[in-house]
Write a protein that binds this ligand. Structure first.
Ligand SMILES: Cc1ncc(COP(=O)(O)O)c(C=O)c1O
Length: 490
């Protein structure tokens, strides 16, 4: 069932989920269709020239930084680019090339980069207080109150240093509150890199496949259900009940794993809520991406489903450092009270830089501005324009691609898609699948490089976040860039 239009949200029309999965099935069954070799070679040659000043810096960085860059999202092919200016919809590199920014620092900048009204407040704060004191600053109250007033499932809010930390805190509180240990996540989902949550990453069904350097014991109580498959979740919950061990929590990204890359039916979250209630498990919404991007009341406001605990990150500090937090009902959040309370069990959390004045103020003013400017709706309209433009081109050029979006979160899956299933039970098929994944991953790296050459920064060539700064002109310019790339594939 599709919802009626709700104002104030990034999503105007909820997509048809079965149609998207059907199209993606079609992609998986096809051989890859990359950019024509000679055209790609030309891009790569020109890449060297266009980004001539970046290359020597990265070569030096390779000596001092593992892999040459500090941030997972900065691993661009054929080499990372040094960016030194960000403004509104654009990013500028060391050679002065202008790019349309659909990476958005991984999602936090719904207002566009370096939004002036927030920057001014931060500059004033730096002059007056500096970035941190370790003591209480009134901005902590301001941001907590704002979040509690706008997020349906949040009566109290604890600010932390990152989404990873906030996910750790969420499962700790859930285990303390329920007395159970098992945590169920959706296969393929990312909830940060803590020992117990590096489990079934990217590809559903892969369990501890990626958990290198993590003792088996750390993920003993982590389980996975399949994305958008309510029956697989119920099977897990039932099994946990029958063994007498129960389930502490189900943690999900409400738009679907990996920022909605694997989308969910509109009713899916409500069904999860019902199952959690029936089996006595807490429901944790990981809204690291969706909170204040889908709407000021998050995906929970959009779907009308109240989780027990909500994880925050990214937009909660408006693109400034130390972005994380946990919210929930008063009884649960009191497990996180600061200071030692003799005789009362509490979930230990901390962080020298957690809720520093800079992050608190940046988050507070960002949220105020998002609300005041209607930024979620504007960013969502830009995402719709981008996706519809891509869909039109895909259809007119008859390309084996799928474009879909949840407002300002846009996905462009090609034959380089990572939707390949790995069958862990048929272990003899794994090497062949891994080889296939490597080939597809390389195609995506090339796609990312081609978009970059056309002045568009994407997330791994397959995801684009739009912001309020993306006017119709910006989106149309981006579509022209995509078109130039697509023409090299027909
Ligand atoms: C859904 C989700 N949860 C958790 C995290 C981890 O957040 P952080 O990178 O702030 O640790 C991310 C990061 O991308 C995320 O997308």
């Amino acid at each position: 069932m599709n919802p009626v239009y709700k104002s104030g949200f990034s999503i105007a029309n909820y997509h048809n989920v079965s149609d998207i999965y059907r199209q993606i099935e079609g992609l998986i069954s096809q051989p890859i269709r990359p950019i024509h070799r000679e055209e790609m070679e030309a891009y790569l040659q020109n890449f060297e020239k266009k980004y001539a000043s970046s290359k020597p810096v990265i070569e030096q960085a390779m000596q001092y930084i593992p892999g040459g860059v500090q941030h997972n999202l900065a691993f661009n092919y054929p080499f990372p680019i040094v960016f030194d200016r960000a403004e509104g919809a654009y990013l500028y590199d060391k050679d002065g090339n202008r790019h349309i920014d659909f990476l958005q620092a991984g999602g936090p900048t719904v207002l566009g980069s370096n939004y002036p009204a927030v920057k001014e407040k931060i500059l004033h704060l730096i002059e007056h207080t500096g970035p941190s004191t370790g003591l209480f600053h009134e901005y902590e109250l301001k941001i907590a109150r704002f979040i509690c007033e706008h997020m349906p499932g949040v009566d109290m809010f604890r600010m932390l240093g990152s989404g990873t930390e906030a996910c750790m805190a969420a499962i700790r509180v859930a285990r303390l509150a329920t007395g159970k240990k098992n945590i169920i996540k959706m296969g393929g989902g990312y909830h940060g890199w803590s020992d117990s949550l590096v489990y079934a990453l990217r590809i559903p069904g892969t369990a501890g496949f990626d958990a290198h350097g993590i003792p088996r014991a750390s993920r003993k109580y982590t389980q996975e259900a399949f994305p958008n498959d309510i029956k697989s979740l119920e099977r897990r919950l039932r099994r946990n009940k029958l063994t007498g061990k129960g389930t502490a929590a189900v943690i999900v990204e409400p738009m679907g794993t990996e920022s909605g890359t694997r989308p969910v039916d509109f009713e899916h979250n409500r069904q999860i809520r019902e199952l959690c209630d029936r089996y006595g498990a807490l429901l944790i919404f990981d809204e690291v991406v969706t909170a204040f991007r889908i709407g000021i009341s998050g995906a929970q406001g959009y779907f009308g489903v109240k989780p027990d605990l909500t994880v925050f990150g990214k937009v909660v500090a408006g693109g400034y450092p130390a972005a994380g937090g946990l919210g929930g009902s008063r009884d649960l959040m009191e497990y996180l009270a600061a200071g030692l309370q003799t005789g009362k069990k509490r979930a230990m959390v901390g962080g020298t830089m957690a809720a520093n004045p800079l992050s608190s103020a940046a988050g507070y003013y960002t949220l105020m501005e998002i609300k005041k400017q209607g930024a979620c709706e504007k960013a969502g309209a830009a995402g719709d324009r981008l996706t519809q433009g891509l869909q039109k081109m895909i259809s007119s050029m008859d390309l084996p691609f799928v474009a879909y979006n949840q407002g300002s979160i846009c996905h462009l899956e090609t034959t380089g898609t990572m939707f390949l299933p790995i069958n862990m039970k048929k272990f003899w098929t794994i090497p062949k699948t891994l080889k296939e994944i490597k080939i597809r991953k390389h195609m995506m790296e090339e796609m990312g490089a081609a978009y970059m050459m056309e002045g568009i920064v994407t997330l791994a060539g397959s995801r684009m976040y739009t912001s309020m700064a993306d006017t119709d002109e910006v989106i149309d310019e981006a579509l022209e860039g995509f078109e130039r790339v697509f023409k090299k594939m027909i």
